[in-house]
Design a protein around this ligand. Structure first.
Ligand SMILES: Cc1ncc(COP(=O)(O)O)c(C=O)c1O
Length: 430
């Protein structure tokens, strides 16, 4: 990447961008100073279609048609329909995905199902392997599943996962793109190594779906879950998704055996009998308002398909992150900000994190005050550094946004604006 790239060069890149039309599908902030939103890896932006679509469900489908909408508006099958809409983005087949519940809840379901299966196949295997810097909810859920199934949770650094795949591993649970560093695993390779030792794989695609190409079937993964509110733009608290390989789906059941997963929910049987397909991963009544907003996020990917789909999205994502990393390396290193995201595109997701020795939180607050929105993730006692995180959603982020964001970052650092007291008061959500 040529770091002498000018703002005009970035404008030219935007002109040539095959995905440029997709930005107009979003309602981006219109404050007096321009906002550059680089936090779509945490909460995706609002699709323009969402307010009208949700209002229609409220006023017409709920307000006028009331209970009839379960049939008339097709409410009841929304989790399956949206699962089918999402499926091509993660290399899943028709009828293999449902959108439902949260990532944490879905993780609990798949980990229990996987633990049952592991116990049937290899009762002597007692280890659930994961990564030390996996997202905390994944580790917390894994801890309770380990207690339930008398498994031992073993956590290793990302670089040690392959060698930790030994004969005693029953399950390996990994987040495909790390929430802190943006580092990405080679899913097919890890899955193959896991299968060689007889372990099952559970993948969290929270930072992958809609951002990087994923091929669950090609990788022969066993279970996967992920978020709807990040790169898929389904809105705060959007329904998450769950996928199970058809080879393992019928072998065990998930523990939250609610009536939506029953084979005949309206027979109101006394005994639970799971649906044969992925709908067995549903539990109870879903929010139609949330699913409607989720659909609006997924609809934009249908448009993206006509402009090159995930291949074009990945190409732009790498170009945006390359540009950001190159500009930061040449302009921010003097201020002690160090890139921790892999420069090798094979191992990089769609966000970039800069390690800050001190005052990272205040730096991010000062940058947000200048209209550039990223976020902050604190390090830990084990030596993980504090991080300034910047997400690049190719559907609405422009090359010129990257250039302007770095310019704002440099000016903020040069003026030492982060030293002001108002930027040093920590809020609940960082
Ligand atoms: C990797 C990963 N998994 C899960 C979650 C969140 O799960 P939930 O939607 O259940 O809060 C996040 C949130 O940022 C995440 O980064």
């Amino acid at each position: 990447m040529n770091t002498a790239i000018s703002r005009d060069d970035c404008l030219a890149l935007d002109q040539a961008d095959p995905l440029r039309a997709l930005r107009s599908f979003f309602d981006l902030p219109k404050q007096s100073q321009p906002t550059i939103y680089l936090d779509g890896n945490s909460l995706g932006a609002l699709p323009k279609a969402t307010p009208t679509a949700v209002a229609q469900v409220i006023t017409q489908e709920w307000g006028q048609d009331l209970i009839q909408s379960w049939n008339k508006a097709g409410w009841f099958n929304m989790p399956q329909r949206l699962g089918d809409q999402l499926a091509p983005l993660i290399g899943a087949g028709h009828g293999e995905v449902v959108m439902t519940d949260t990532t944490s809840v879905n993780l609990y379901k798949v980990l229990c199902a996987a633990a049952e299966l592991a116990q049937q196949r290899h009762p002597e295997k007692r280890v659930l392997l994961s990564e030390t810097s996996n997202f905390p909810t994944d580790l917390y859920i894994a801890q309770s599943v380990c207690n339930q199934y008398q498994l031992r949770l073993v956590l290793v650094d990302a670089s040690a996962v392959k060698e930790a795949l030994t004969a005693d591993v029953a399950l390996v649970m990994l987040t495909h793109v790390n929430y802190r560093t943006g580092a990405m695993y080679e899913m097919a390779e890890i899955t193959e190594l896991a299968h060689r030792v007889g372990a099952l794989t559970v993948w969290d695609l929270a930072h992958s779906a809609g951002a990087v190409p994923v091929d669950l079937r090609e990788a022969n993964a066993d279970y996967a879950v992920g978020c709807g509110y990040k790169y898929l733009n389904g809105g705060p608290g959007a329904p998450a998704f769950v996928w199970v390989n058809s080879q393992v789906l019928g072998t065990t059941t998930q523990p939250l055996s609610g009536w939506w997963g029953h084979v005949r929910p309206f027979a109101f049987d006394t005994n639970y009998e799971p649906q044969p397909g992925i709908a067995q991963y549903l539990c109870g009544t879903q929010s139609m308002l949330a699913l409607t907003a989720m659909r609006c996020g997924l609809d934009i990917f249908d448009h993206a398909k006509t402009l090159g789909g995930m291949t074009a999205i990945r190409k732009k994502s790498l170009a945006l992150t390359d540009l950001f990393m190159a500009l930061c390396a040449s302009r921010c290193a003097a201020f002690g900000l160090q890139n921790v995201t892999p420069t090798d595109p094979c191992y990089r997701g769609s966000h970039v994190s800069l390690a800050a020795a001190n005052d990272g939180y205040a730096m991010m607050q000062a940058l947000i005050a200048r209209g550039v929105i990223g976020d902050f993730r604190r390090g830990d006692a084990a030596g993980e550094p504090d991080l300034l995180r910047f997400g690049f959603t190719p559907l609405y982020t422009r090359f010129v946004d990257v250039w302007d964001a770095v310019q704002q970052l440099v000016e903020m650092l040069q003026n030492a604006e982060w030293k002001r007291p108002e930027f040093n008061r920590e809020q609940v959500v960082t």
